[in-house]
Ligand binder design. Structure first.
Ligand code: 4NP
Length: 143
């Protein structure tokens, strides 16, 4: 799960996926930037998750690396900027198709974005949560 800072959107996505996915799956999140490396998720994300029974305050932000393309089968981007940054980071052509826009799981081909909630209020985080829950449920139903 990849966003820009790895403190707002992708920690929520990781928490939701960990709640619903098969236990043997290895799920992680990262940011295209390292601006918040080693920080906890934003308190607004922690609260949004906690209100829905999901704990994410053990997560720590990290920057995505080319090695992530070897480790992970699927790399979900939250928005088109994350998507293009990931494509540029891909160590080889053959792994670029691991990168997917996460809302295309619920709305195939529409290239919808998970909006960056960083500069807004708590309600933006609830909206992000609902979008991610819908996309992840769609993804898991298709497996
Ligand atoms: P995220 O949100 O990409 O969902 O973690 C942001 C977090 C921090 C910043 C921007 C977006 N920032 O500019 O520091």
């Amino acid at each position: 799960m990849v966003c820009l800072g790895n403190i707002c959107r992708s920690p929520l996505a990781q928490g939701i996926m960990e709640k619903h996915a098969p236990r043997q799956w290895y799920i992680d999140s990262a940011g295209t930037s390292g601006w918040h490396a080693s920080e906890r998720p934003d308190t607004r994300s922690i609260l949004t998750a906690k209100e829905r029974g999901i704990t994410i305050d053990q997560q720590r932000s990290r920057q995505v690396t080319p090695e992530d393309f070897e480790i992970f089968d699927i790399i979900f981007a939250m928005d088109s900027s994350n998507h293009s940054n990931l494509i540029q980071l891909a160590p080889e052509e053959s792994v670029k198709d691991k990168v997917r826009l996460i809302l295309n799981e619920a709305y195939p081909g529409e290239n919808r974005q998970v909006p960056d909630p960083y500069t807004g209020g708590q309600e933006g985080f609830s909206h992000v949560y609902e979008l991610l829950e819908e996309a992840i449920q769609s993804f898991l139903r298709a497996q």
